[in-house]
Every structure is written in C-alpha cells, then in structure tokens.
Ligand binder design. Sequence first.
Ligand SMILES: NC(=O)c1ccc[n+]([C@@H]2O[C@H](COP(=O)([O-])OP(=O)(O)OC[C@H]3O[C@@H](n4cnc5c(N)ncnc54)[C@H](O)[C@@H]3O)[C@@H](O)[C@H]2O)c1
Ligand SMILES: N[C@H](CO)Cc1c[nH]c[nH+]1
Ligand SMILES: [Zn+2]
Length: 438
Amino acid sequence: MASLITRLDTTDADFSRKLTSLLAFEASEDEAIDRAAAQILASVKTSGDTAVLEATNRFDRLNASSVAALELTQEEMQAALASLNTERRTALETAAARVRAYHEIQKAECGSAGFSYTEADGTVLGQKVTPLDRVGIYVPGGKAAYPSSVLMNAIPAKVAGVKEIIMVVPTPDGVKNPLVLAAAAIAGVDRVFTIGGAQAVGALAYGTATIPAVDKIVGPGNAYVAAAKRRVFGVVGIDMIAGPSEILVLCDGTTDPDWVAMDLFSQAEHDELAQSILLCPDETYIEAVQASIIKLLPDMPRNEVIRTSLANRGALIKVRDMDEACEIANSIAAEHLEISAENPQQWAEKIRHAGAMFLGRYSSESLGDYCAGPNHVLPTSRTARFSSPLGVYDFQKRSSMIFVSEQGAQTLGKVAAELAYGEGLQAHARSAEFRLKS
Ligand SMILES: NC(=O)c1ccc[n+]([C@@H]2O[C@H](COP(=O)([O-])OP(=O)(O)OC[C@H]3O[C@@H](n4cnc5c(N)ncnc54)[C@H](O)[C@@H]3O)[C@@H](O)[C@H]2O)c1
Ligand SMILES: N[C@H](CO)Cc1c[nH]c[nH+]1
Ligand SMILES: [Zn+2]
C-alpha cells in the first residue's frame, strides 16, 4: 500500500525537485489536445452549425438532426424543476439563494457603482461600470453532471446585470441531468444548448446560424475546453483557463484523520488528474491519515478515479512546522486551501496565494463547492498567484469618463500639446491647441 500516495519530507535533499515534478503536467498530452481543439475550432469557424452538429454527434454519441434540435426549451427546464423531490429542490434553492446573497454583497463592495470626482476648474473624471451584453457559460458534463456549476456561473452574471446568458452543457449519450436543467431554471439562464467540448466554445466565440456569438465565455471544463478557450481569447473574453481540481490541506494534526482523508478524496474523485496534498508537521498524524485513506477508499464508489489521482498526483508531506507549511502553500498557490488547525486565522494571515481558503476543521472544501456562497470557479495550476475567483466583476467592464471644462482645456491643452510635439504628433498638438483661447 506504500505506493497508494507519495510521502515526502521537506528535510529530504531533493524535496524541491520532487515537489516541482509532482505539480507539473504531462506537456506532450497537452499539445495533442491543443491540436485537436484547434482543428475543431477551425471547422466551427468555417462550417458553423454543420461542424458543431458533426462534432457533437461524434464525441457525445448523439444522433441529432440539427443544432436547433439540441436547444432545450424553457418548458423543459421548468418541468425538470417541477420533477425534483422536495429535499433536492430545497437544497438547490437554498444553495442558489446563498450564492446570490454573497454575490449581491460582492457587487456592492467591489466598485460596481463606478466613481467620479470634480476638479477645481469644473473638469469631471471618473469610471463607468457596465454589465456585458451577452455571455456564454460552459457547464461541464462529460464525466459527471454539475448543477452547482450552473449556479456558480449564471448567478454572478445575473447579479452583474448581464442581459442574455447562453449556457452550453454536453449530454453524452443524450442523457439530460434534471438537476442541471432545474439549476438553469432557478438561475434564470436564457438559452441552453446541449453541446460541449471545443465545438461549444467555438460556437459561442464565432457564432453560428443557430447559436449567437457571445462577448465572454466563462466556466470550467476538461483539457479540450481549456485549450479552446485559450485559443478564442481575443475574439471573446474568457474568465480563466481552469485545470483539474486541487485541494491542499494544511493541518496541525488536531483534526480527525478520517475527515482530512475524505477532504483529500473530495477533490481526487473529480478527475484522475486532480491533485490532493496534505502538509503537516506531525509524522504520527500523517501515518494516521494514510491509515484512514487505506480504510475509507474501498467503500468510495469512485475509488478508481481517487486511487489514480492520489497515486499519480497526491502527496502527504511532512513539514518542519506550520510556518514552513504556509511558505510551501504560497508556492503551490492551490485552488482550494483548507487550514485545518486550532486558530486557523493566524496561519491564514501568512497565506498570499490560494483560490479559496477554508478556515478551521468544520469548513470542509465541499461546503464551498455547493452552498457556502463564494464562487467555486477558482484559479488552478498555480494561477492563484495572479488571478481571482469568478465573480460579479468578471461580468462587468469599465469605461473611463472624461469631461474637460473650457477652463480645464486651457491648462490641459498646453500640457498635451507640449508632449505631442515631443512625440512628433502634430495633429494631436493642434487638436489640443485649437481649444486654447488665443
Ligand atoms: N473548476 C471548477 O469549478 C470545476 C467544476 C466542475 C468540474 N470541473 C472540472 O471540469 C472537468 C470536466 O470535464 P468533463 O470531461 O467531465 O466534461 P467537459 O464538459 O469539460 O468535456 C466533455 C466534452 O469534451 C469533449 N471531448 C471528449 N473527448 C474528446 C476527444 N477525444 N476529442 C475531442 N473532444 C473530446 C466532448 O465534446 C465532450 O462533450 C473536470 O476536470 C472537472 O474536474 C471543474
Ligand atoms: N470542486 C470543483 C471545483 O474545483 C467544483 C465542484 C462542483 N461540484 C463539486 N465540486
Ligand atoms: Zn468539488
């Protein structure tokens, strides 16, 4: 069972090299996927609906006669909502309400109102915030269905004031998940197409006769989706390039080891490429977590996925102390960081890079995936060093506002003209000078 999960110690001479290789991806596979995504995008760009239909029938094993036949009606979504049992429906509505409440507060607190200020000569400067007109949300559906991702993508768009939300979700073998459809109804999605992969990203970016082009595409997906999003950036906006899920647990050895083992499983079960890592200063506790993994794994329905993920990309790492754990956590910059410790706040203060932090032993990452309120679409693959969770701000853009008074033009005109002559741009200079009073 020793090969179940890698064991590392920061005092090992080659620890840095081992950690780097654990965090790295298989680049050759990425290149093949990128080539396949590029070909699919090119065919969607030139052949529109025909290419989308062909790829969807091929990859999702469907027999649809047109792209129009792949659109769901509002009636279908309402019927799916009505078909849920009371417990499921209440859970979905509770999650939606909590996600909405969080993003409403985010909207109020994150500068959505814009700003302006007036200078002594009457010149007014500021910034106007405008919601995007039309966005596409990608909801993954290849290996599992994600109603929670419908809520996490659509609700902040709605809160931001986006006029039209187009959702795409693949339905392999034609199986439609009622909870996904119900979530779309609750979140107020305008149109849903049952397409996925690079062909869905291409359709949303370029538009087809049936699918309208959008201004921005958001949402996670597999490597084909990620490669396609990277390639259409510039034609449309994108939120981020999301990789496989990750969890990093930073534990002082005081949490029930079964809880920590299950938290590691919770992200490992998403994908064979998902990454689950524990950092802890207590060797005996690490042994206890390993024993819990061995005990709990056989009963997990997705134990093969978890086993592969833990064996290839997981690790239990012994650190010198919690300060060193924080340093390593900052270099890993994980999507999810659980600080499962007494007084978690003292360690959270030392963390600069993490998509989301879960503080204390009762804050399991799984609560954030569904219903705590903050968004579960988060930066992965160390991109938390420079990017943020999906939020209302992703569905807004900003315009600078400049009103120069007649008096202001006298001062600014001289400054601008001087600099324009310095740059050799005569028309710029004269344009400013025309407004000067003799
Ligand atoms: N970050 C998040 O918030 C979050 C949330 C949910 C899921 N996820 C992740 O999203 C991913 C979802 O992946 P998925 O595969 O289940 O669904 P997906 O919808 O991303 O991909 C399915 C599509 O991939 C395309 N595809 C599959 N094989 C192909 C091939 N050989 N060539 C070309 N296209 C092909 C098909 O068109 C198919 O419809 C997982 O990695 C999961 O962990 C992330
Ligand atoms: N953990 C995923 C993001 O990495 C989100 C999710 C959806 N459902 C369950 N989990
Ligand atoms: Zn999850």
